[in-house]
Design a protein around this ligand. Structure first.
Ligand SMILES: Cc1cc2nc3c(=O)[nH]c(=O)nc-3n(C[C@H](O)[C@H](O)[C@H](O)COP(=O)(O)O)c2cc1C
Length: 210
């Protein structure tokens, strides 16, 4: 294997370094986060640093870059407290990726890229039309990370929308069948093939595939 010490990595140009370091944490659960601004204009952006924090209470967190780089989503969540997370399907990947462009304040990425707003459940923020897995959250906490100026935004799940035919008898959502995409690095996307499932692991018996 080739050894890449951090001194070498730090000497690369920022995009090369970004691609390389971003790949290390692995394939990521890429989604579109929708919000509505204080001016009533909806906002949509691609986010991949999304993490499950716990099932009871049902909490999901995501990392928001520094405000200078990604100002709108975090501002809208702090002001309005509600947001939706929408899985990306290959059918609308190009439009989804385009939402990562820096559109000016007051421009809705929904309209700019041609994605439909789906309003439902009396929720004050739209979902993304055509997204196979959609969920709605209420802000629980914004944790600033002074180390690099990012924020960890934690939300409580309030509503989930998914075709019940892809919810297994044990509750697992078949994201392979849904076509939910993953991302790699800053701009690469893929779909996932199922590989294996296991019985609950116990120290006194070998791993058992089911
Ligand atoms: C594949 C991909 C993943 C991204 N993941 C994140 C992320 O996890 N956090 C983040 O703040 N920005 C992320 N971005 C950048 C945002 O999509 C971009 O800054 C967007 O304009 C959001 O800005 P806004 O909040 O001002 O609307 C990602 C972009 C791409 C293409």
């Amino acid at each position: 294997m080739t050894h890449f010490p951090i001194d070498l990595i730090s000497s690369w140009d920022r995009f090369h370094r970004g691609h390389f370091i971003n790949s290390l944490s692995g394939f990521k659960p890429v989604s579109l986060i929708a919000t509505v601004g204080p001016d009533g204009v909806s906002n949509l952006g691609v986010f991949s640093n999304i993490v499950h924090l716990g099932a009871d209470p049902a909490l999901v967190g995501f990392v928001n870059r520094p405000r200078e780089a990604a100002p709108h989503t975090i501002r809208n969540i702090e002001a309005g407290r509600y947001y939706t997370i929408n899985h990306i399907h290959p059918d609308f990947l190009d439009r989804a990726h385009q939402t990562s462009a820096k559109y000016p304040d007051g421009v809705s990425e929904f309209a700019a890229v041609g994605l439909g707003e789906e309003w439902k459940a009396g929720f004050p923020v739209p979902f993304v039309e055509g997204s196979p897995v959609q969920y709605a959250l209420e802000l629980a906490e914004v944790m600033p990370i002074p180390l690099n100026g990012t924020y960890f935004v934690i939300g409580r799940i309030l509503h989930v929308f998914v075709d019940e035919r892809i919810v297994g008898s044990d509750g697992l959502i078949d994201l392979y069948e849904a076509g939910s995409m993953v991302s790699l690095g800053l701009d690469a996307y893929g779909t996932v093939m199922p590989h294996a499932r296991f019985a609950y692991a116990k120290p006194d018996r070998p791993a058992a595939r089911v």
